[in-house]
Ligand binder design. Structure first.
Ligand SMILES: O=C(O)CCC(=O)C(=O)O
Ligand SMILES: [Fe+2]
Length: 249
């Protein structure tokens, strides 16, 4: 179950690791049933902008069947290997990209960004950062045009450089121009795949031109000390990853 040396090297270099089919099928079935039932019966399209900015199915964010995707020993073990001590994870974010054709409005796209810094809907002087994004794929994502998450491999090092040398708190740009224009690599996958992504990896999402909703569950994980050094963690990409510090030098 451990991350291999190659995977740790991939994480250091690319800022992310994908573990295909990592979550047991029964946990995935319970979570997908919950979310797809909500999608069919409880979703209120008038709240689409809020859902997209924050979370879909907000009333399910602490549901045990969603939290179980993170709290199972396998995922916790991987996270512990990267971060060591973590702050408790108490909420799930659900992100759905709805097929364009099913909407009477456009679902807002997300330009290249790192989470928690200069969020368009928040005060740019406020940081809502964390250490590691854990993404669990809950639908088949076979087509990059299906609203797939797009990430920039290695972008965590470029972002840290920008935060160190060009950026200051309160700036509203979410990334430097050379990152903003990147297309990014589409995260394709199947239910049960897990993405472990460094908090500084820039990513974006666009419209879903297919007929299937694209569904992800995300957990934002903080190293136990993250809240006391948010600014430094933007500039030192390994501050929250004690196990990787030596490897990245
Ligand atoms: O829709 C997604 O998969 C990711 C959305 C995103 O980047 C975010 O909510 O911060
Ligand atoms: Fe994001």
């Amino acid at each position: 179950m451990d991350l291999t040396t190659d995977e740790l090297t991939t994480f250091t270099t690319n800022g992310m690791i994908i573990k295909p089919g990592f979550i047991p099928a029964d946990l995935i079935d319970r979570a997908t049933t919950l979310v797809t039932d909500w999608y069919r019966t409880d979703m209120d399209q008038r709240q689409l902008v809020d859902y997209t900015q924050l979370t879909f199915a907000p009333e399910l964010s602490d549901h045990p069947d969603l939290l179980a995707l993170f709290a199972n020993p396998g995922v916790s073990g991987l996270v512990g290997q990267l971060l060591g001590d973590i702050a408790p994870v108490t909420t799930t974010q659900i992100q759905i990209r709805i097929p364009d054709d099913e909407l009477g409005q456009t679902q807002p796209a997300k330009a290249m960004h790192v989470d928690g810094v200069a969020c368009p809907h928040l005060d740019p002087a406020e940081l809502r950062t964390f250490s590691l994004l854990v993404g669990v794929v809950l639908s088949d994502i076979a087509d990059p045009a299906g609203g797939a998450l797009r990430y920039v491999p290695g972008g965590h090092l470029q972002m840290a450089d920008w935060f160190r040398t060009q950026w200051s708190l309160g700036i509203t740009a979410q990334t430097p121009p050379h990152i903003d224009t990147e297309q990014g690599t589409a995260l394709l996958g199947k239910p049960g795949d897990v993405l472990l992504m460094h908090h500084l990896v820039p990513h974006a999402v666009g419209l879903n031109h297919t007929t299937q909703p694209r569904i992800m569950a995300y957990f934002r994980v903080s190293h136990a000390n993250h809240a006391s050094h948010r600014l430094q963690a933007l500039r030192d990409p390994w501050l929250d990853f004690p196990a990787l510090t030596a490897r990245s030098q």
